[in-house]
Design a protein around this ligand. Sequence first.
Ligand SMILES: C[S@@+](CC[C@H](N)C(=O)[O-])C[C@H]1O[C@@H](n2cnc3c(N)ncnc32)[C@H](O)[C@@H]1O
Length: 137
Amino acid sequence: MGLFRKIVNQTRKPEGFLGKMMLSGMNSGHVGMADWGFSHLPAIAAERAVDLGCGGGRNAGVLLKQYPKAHVTAIDYSDLSVEKAKAYNQAAIVEGRCAVQQGDVSDLHLPAGAFDLATAFETVYFWPGLEKCALRR
Ligand SMILES: C[S@@+](CC[C@H](N)C(=O)[O-])C[C@H]1O[C@@H](n2cnc3c(N)ncnc32)[C@H](O)[C@@H]1O
């Protein structure tokens, strides 16, 4: 596989050295689009929020700020994303306000009604079909 393809593939499932670099880049490079999305979220009193395909965890961190009473779960299937998102949100994890879990969004076994807010930034195009993914009803 050529270097360009290897780099592009890190956006799908970050791993290894290139994945580490990609995750740092995503946390800063996705800010503009993510914050535009956040500006459209409803002003609800969310108690349990989830960020799916969380990458480096920056957007879970924004959810923690935007919904200060909420517990935020961040989920990703990449080991490296989970590691980075945990490091990024370490303080909130220690406070008991955040959990980072490894999981494939196409095979999550979350109870119905577990969250009152779910976000997914720059990730759904990697998922194997939206109907199959995320929260079961
Ligand atoms: C381009 S990154 C975006 C990361 C983050 N949402 C952001 O905006 O910076 C895509 C992320 O989605 C994750 N991802 C892709 N398919 C997934 C799946 N089926 N289940 C869980 N995570 C997935 C990847 O591991 C990667 O961390």
